[in-house]
Design a protein around this ligand. Structure first.
Ligand SMILES: [Zn+2]
Length: 106
């Protein structure tokens, strides 16, 4: 027999299999990625979840998102340098090309 996954209440630490009294706080993305979301065993526990606790949870998630954005911005910055360098090289080569043509035509 397969045992149902047990969840722990964020407020009272009760451990139980999910049932209709349970609720969760988090994002669908966290859920999809298999990350721990905050769970409550009953409404009485959920309503004591404070704004401060929400902010703490959100900022943890935000920090990870911000880090990921920074990583992509670094990639973008690097790519822009490469594009700029490539343009300079093309310009230099085109200039050289016309100079060579000039040399052969005179
Ligand atoms: Zn509880």
């Amino acid at each position: 027999m397969i045992e149902a996954k047990k969840y722990q209440c964020f407020k009272c630490n009760k451990i139980e299999a999910w049932n209709e009294n349970w609720s969760w706080y988090g994002s669908w993305q966290e859920m999809d990625e298999g990350k721990e979301v905050i769970t409550f065993c009953r409404q009485a526990c959920q309503i004591t979840f404070t704004e401060k606790e929400k902010i703490e949870h959100i900022s943890k998630e935000d920090l990870l998102i911000e880090q990921e954005i920074e990583d992509y911005e670094a990639v973008l910055g690097e790519a822009q340098i490469q594009i700029s360098d490539a343009r300079k090289q093309i310009a230099r080569l085109k200039k050289k090309l016309s100079m060579e043509r000039l040399k052969t035509t005179i």
